[in-house]
Design a protein around this ligand. Structure first.
Ligand SMILES: [Zn+2]
Length: 400
């Protein structure tokens, strides 16, 4: 029968050492001796065990006045905490995770992005400060990443579009968060972090395209396992591609006949409402599709074909290993099958020869995982984001 290590004194002192170093209360072995009321030999032994296991690092001699200098201790980078957030139009998922992948706290907030950035960001900041206080033993996050459903100027740290997230254009989001939380913050497009998170789930892949197909359509591109944002951060922004088959409905961008006017969740809900003759939303359409309603099947088949045609141009250009479909629409097998068929019809066989075309395996957590990886990157940390398991996220999620 294996020994019960739940209350092992050795593991308990390991945990207490990590907590003291993480929270900055102990910087040296001498600090640990004083704070733990333990002998120097025990502290030395347990500290060595943590260094050998890769959880602590010895940072070398600290400068001191006289006498033999103490050697510094620090948390290994994989143990550092990171902040990650994925904002939608009406919901936000915010979490703290360690760079090695363990989720510390994850919450879902109701927001209304149309109320403007100041109100939403105040609410987010208050929630983040509460999370940090509730998990004080995890220490301050080393950095954070926030995903937003809009074109992003990554360098400036703001939304770069007056037609998406109205009122957010050029509002200094990253600067505001950094100033309030005192840590570096990156802003990313939501489809981009979803693409990064999904790509990290498949370490065997080199190039992938991920489509976020929900309320709106976004595409993230990963080349050589690195996010490709493009010259102005708009790489993969195909929603304003115009084709004759898309008709001439007015689009939020000011033009007519964009892909977004026929394929976004809102556009599909409008078409389904017209077909049924009463107000319907995207969930109603997906339910009808699940129940094999022939009109719903036709509508989603047409939508999937149109998206597949647009994606075939990108696939032909980039020759990816995989095309992943995420977001609410990815739950429709009809939609996925139509995308697959359009890609096979419109791409050269060399492009589709080994092409993986499937729903995202990380699902709703892909964007969160990508945000953790992005935050780790700006903090200069190694991340093991692929190992942020859905099970871990579900267990630690706290919805309110
Ligand atoms: Zn448009």
């Amino acid at each position: 029968m294996p020994a019960d290590t739940t209350h092992s004194p050795r593991l308990d002192i390991h945990r207490r050492i990590l907590d003291l170093v993480r929270t900055g209360r102990a910087r040296t072995r001498s600090d640990l001796v004083a704070l733990l009321h333990a002998s120097a030999s025990i502290v030395s032994l347990r500290t060595r065990e943590l260094i050998d296991s890769g959880e602590l690092i010895d940072t070398g001699p600290l400068s001191s006045g006289t006498g033999r200098p103490s050697r510094g201790l620090a948390l290994a980078s994989s143990e550092r905490t990171l902040l990650a957030a994925d904002l939608g139009t009406y919901h936000a998922r915010i979490g703290l995770a360690k760079a090695h992948g363990e989720v510390i706290d994850l919450r879902t907030l109701k927001i209304d992005s149309s109320s403007g950035p100041k109100k939403v960001l105040d609410l987010l900041c208050a929630t983040i400060e509460e999370m940090i206080a509730d998990n004080i033993n995890s220490g301050m996050p080393a950095a954070g990443c926030i995903g937003l459903p809009a074109p992003i100027d990554h360098k400036k740290g703001w939304v770069d579009s007056s037609s998406r997230l109205r009122g957010w254009h050029h509002f200094p989001i990253a600067d505001l968060f950094s100033a309030r939380l005192g840590i570096p913050i990156a802003i990313e497009n939501d489809a981009d972090i979803m693409a990064l998170g999904e790509h990290l789930e498949h370490p065997e892949l080199q190039h992938s395209i991920t489509v976020k197909a929900g309320g709106s359509i976004g595409v993230g591109v990963v080349i050589d396992s690195r996010l490709h944002r493009g010259a102005t951060g708009a790489a993969g922004d195909i929603v304003h591609v115009r084709m004759p088959a898309f008709g001439d409905l007015p689009c939020a961008c000011g033009k007519t006949g964009c892909l977004d006017t026929v394929l976004s969740g809102l556009a599909l809900a409008r078409q389904w409402s017209q077909a049924v003759g009463s107000p319907q939303d995207l969930e109603d359409l997906l339910n009808a599709d699940f129940n094999a309603d022939s009109a719903a099947l036709d509508l989603l088949r047409t939508a999937g074909s149109r998206l597949g045609e647009a994606l075939s141009v990108i696939a032909g250009l980039l020759n990816p290993d995989a095309v992943f479909i995420g977001g609410r629409l990815s739950t429709s097998e009809t939609f996925l099958a139509a995308i697959r068929a359009a890609l096979y019809t419109n791409c050269h066989p060399l492009i589709t020869k080994n092409l993986l075309i499937e729903a995202t395996s990380a699902g709703i957590d892909a964007a969160f995982k990508g945000a953790v990886a992005s935050a780790a990157s700006i903090a200069g940390l190694q991340t093991s984001s692929p190992h942020v398991s859905s099970r871990t996220i579900t267990q630690t999620a706290r919805d309110f």
